[in-house]
Design a protein around this ligand. Structure first.
Ligand SMILES: [Zn+2]
Length: 438
């Protein structure tokens, strides 16, 4: 059977418009953590019109025809934002990614995305990978998953953090062999300003909300020293210019002061790791408004890594406590939470990882890192923000209706969020994905 074009366009249109913008929901009987303030707003009511929060009040809210959700005295809070995900490669192994059946990683990613949303993570900033198709399907409500701020492909220099070629894969400048990671759409392995510009602009053309570069060594990568600095100042500057010209920003993989300071000099606004940073660099970031999007790497050995990688991981891991200690003394530094889960056999501890931060921060500060602190980071995508209707990470009038209702008070006991059984309701874009309140 052949469908007429009008009908095909109509089907595509209805999928994209699956959200019913005429429905209203009133949530009653909740205490509200807005992602910013230290204290909850007690006995609150929240009106959601379509996909946005339209009213918050301690007085009863009348809305004709609205669905009522009784929050049963729980805490209503923003959906979690994991600011460092790789949704296209969470649980798939590197061999399956590089040498396996090409469609297999995507199937796993569909499952991983649903599980992530059902942990209460309603937004993920995707820090590199082949992600645009999954993002489109989630946004069209074809499959459940978090909102995705996509970086598109990683930008890596030759022998940099995302150069995963085998030794028999001669560089394409000296052969006709394209890196497998490039051919499959995961990476742009690029050297020199013209190639950087082309790669950054290609990502932007495809819908990237920010550009991700590797500015220094990493632990999982096979050939780069951990303390290497990657990309010259001119190359970093070119990436920053390409992003800024399109109204967005560059984020980076970097651990060390050398890499981070060069990147800040070049106009890069977000540090994607930072575990080996010194006080001077962290103070500079606070003073210059550079964001720190970091992760509590406290597992210092991973069985799926080889000895070279585990040695590097151990060094990064040792730096984690030192960095968080300094960060806890810098109130002006905007710090966000992330996990960087990729190539892991099991991602179910994603939200539990928040508890690792209890050595350094009060629960309220940890929750801010996973909610309200992300708002300004995500807003830096500017003209390339895929979700421009309102803020994300906060419960305020005009914000996206991405929220959780949890049993208990997470500002006093983090397990109200980190134990999934305590998350009674998960809403994204005004739609309920989990509801065990009734
Ligand atoms: Zn990463």
């Amino acid at each position: 059977m052949r469908l007429p074009w009008q009908l095909i366009l109509c089907i595509i249109g209805s999928a994209a418009m699956a959200q019913d913008d005429t429905q209203s929901i009133v949530v009653t009987n909740v205490h509200l953590f807005d992602g910013v303030n230290d204290a909850r707003l007690e006995n609150a009511n929240v009106l959601i019109d379509g996909h946005l929060i339209s009213q918050i009040s301690t007085d009863p809210i009348e809305a004709e025809g609205a669905t009522i959700i009784d929050g049963q005295g729980g805490t209503l809070m923003p959906g979690l934002v994991d600011n460092h995900v790789h949704l296209s490669m969470v649980t798939v192994t590197v061999p399956d990614l590089l040498f396996g059946e090409p469609t297999y990683p995507l199937v796993r990613a569909v499952r991983d995305a649903e599980e992530m949303l059902l942990r209460g993570v309603t937004t993920g900033r995707d820090m590199g990978g082949n992600i645009f198709g999954l993002k489109q399907a989630i946004d069209e409500n074809i499959v459940p998953g978090p909102r995705i701020y996509p970086s598109g492909r990683f930008l890596s220099q030759t022998s940099g953090h995302f150069d995963f070629r085998t030794k028999t894969d001669t560089h394409r400048a000296f052969s006709n062999i394209e890196p497998t990671t490039d051919r499959l759409g995961w990476v742009f392995m690029v050297d020199g300003v013209p190639q950087i510009l082309a790669a950054a602009r290609e990502n932007l053309r495809l819908g990237a909300s920010q550009i991700k570069i590797a500015a220094g060594g990493g632990y999982a990568s096979p050939t780069d020293p951990l303390f290497s600095t990657q990309f010259t100042f001119e190359e970093m500057k070119a990436a920053a210019n390409a992003a800024t010209d399109f109204g967005t920003y560059v984020t980076m993989h970097a651990y060390t002061p050398a890499a981070v300071n060069r990147a800040i000099d070049a106009g890069i606004k977000d540090v994607g790791h930072g575990q080996l940073l010194d006080r001077e660099t962290l103070e500079r970031m606070a003073a210059e408004g550079v964001h720190l999007s970091t992760q509590p790497f406290t597992v210092c050995n991973e069985p799926q890594l080889d000895e070279f990688s585990n040695e590097k991981l151990n060094t990064v891991c040792q730096g984690t406590a030192n960095m968080y200690q300094i960060v806890s003394e810098l109130p002006d530094l905007n710090v966000t939470w992330g996990t960087d889960l990729f190539n892991v056999p099991d991602a179910s501890d994603q939200v539990e990882q928040l508890e690792r931060l209890l050595d350094f921060f009060e629960p309220v500060e940890i929750l801010k890192q996973a909610t309200g602190n992300a708002t300004s980071l995500l807003a830096m995508s500017g003209d390339k923000n895929p979700y421009p209707d309102g803020p994300i990470g906060r419960i305020v009038e005009g914000a996206y209706a991405d929220l959780l209702i949890v049993e208990g008070n997470p500002l006093e006991d983090l397990s109200a969020v980190t134990d999934a059984n305590n998350i009674k309701l998960i809403m994204k874009n005004g739609e309920v994905y989990k509801d065990t309140l009734n």
